[in-house]
Design a protein around this ligand. Structure first.
Ligand code: PAF
Length: 282
């Protein structure tokens, strides 16, 4: 595996693959990689001849007071894991490569509507930062396909919308969420949890499962389900930002008689750590 930090070297390597008729998959990450990221890489590996993974802690998707400064940066460890997972190129640019005019002066991509709810409502500007950096990575790599985790469900939908609206010739693929044995979704932010918080954290997944069970058993009053789930999380020591049942397609609020194609999404704070998760009601 080659590690590349500048755009020209990245483009030159990819040009060589293209000349040889090979397809390219991209796995964008912010590093501090775990088994969940490695599963994204495996999906890309299975579907493309060559795989590029990017590691870049993107400043424009963090709001004031969020964890940009303390976000774990573990490049040497990430390199070893990616090489083992069969990555061909690790692209690990500096901020000045991705934002030549500085993050504050960057062109910004805004995906309307979808970004105004849930995460977008609680983290203003977050999805502009995500869409902007992903568009920049897409322009640099020009992949045939790109893989994103389903754990960041809204992010996945935002990127799909951007790709479609901008007519980008890229297949966006979703990789299922990997979980610990107790149900906690794998996330780089889990390491911020104290032992006591870690013991409570699986309550998010347990609550989502309970919501789905109640819904399947006929409890279709989804607003009541949301309220009960939020109360359950609060009793377990969480401070929920939202607990929501939405249409999986466009994250709109379902109508009273909608029974299929729904997803439950949660964002909740446990101490200083903000966790998100979701479950499709299939
Ligand atoms: O999901 C992430 O890790 C990030 O939001 C992404 C897609 C790499 C953009 O910085």
């Amino acid at each position: 595996m080659q590690t590349v930090t500048d755009a020209a070297a990245l483009r030159a390597a990819i040009r060589g693959w293209r000349t040889a008729g090979q397809t390219v998959g991209l796995v964008p990450t912010m590093g501090n990689l775990h088994a969940g990221h490695h599963s994204l890489l495996k999906l890309a590996r299975d579907r493309a001849d060559r795989v590029v993974a990017s590691v870049f802690v993107n400043p424009t998707q963090f709001g004031p007071g969020e964890d940009f400064e303390r976000y774990p940066r573990t490049l040497a460890q990430d390199q070893a894991g990616l090489a083992e997972a069969g990555c061909d190129i690790l692209f690990a640019p500096e901020v000045s490569t991705m934002y030549p005019f500085g993050p504050a002066a960057s062109v910004s991509i805004h995906v309307p509507l979808l970004t105004e709810t849930l995460e977008g409502a609680h983290r203003p500007g977050h999805f502009d930062g995500v869409a902007t950096i992903v568009a920049k990575l897409f322009n640099l790599v020009q992949p045939d396909l790109a893989v994103f985790g389903q754990k960041d469900f809204q992010q996945l939908r935002v990127i799909e919308r951007m790709v479609r609206d901008l007519s980008l010739p890229i297949k966006v693929m979703a990789a299922p969420t990997l979980r610990e044995d107790d149900g906690l979704a794998l996330s780089s932010r889990n390491q911020y949890l104290s032992p006591a918080e870690r013991a409570r954290a699986p309550q998010i997944h347990a609550t989502l499962i309970q919501m789905r069970e109640l819904f399947v058993q006929g409890g279709h009053a989804w607003q009541a389900l949301e309220q009960a789930a939020s109360a359950r999380l609060q009793r377990a020591g969480f401070v929920p930002d939202y607990v929501a049942i939405r249409r999986a397609e466009d994250l709109g609020a379902p109508s009273v008689d909608e029974r299929t194609g729904l997803v439950a999404l949660v964002a909740a704070r446990l101490g200083n750590t903000r966790l998100i998760d979701n479950l499709i009601f299939d």
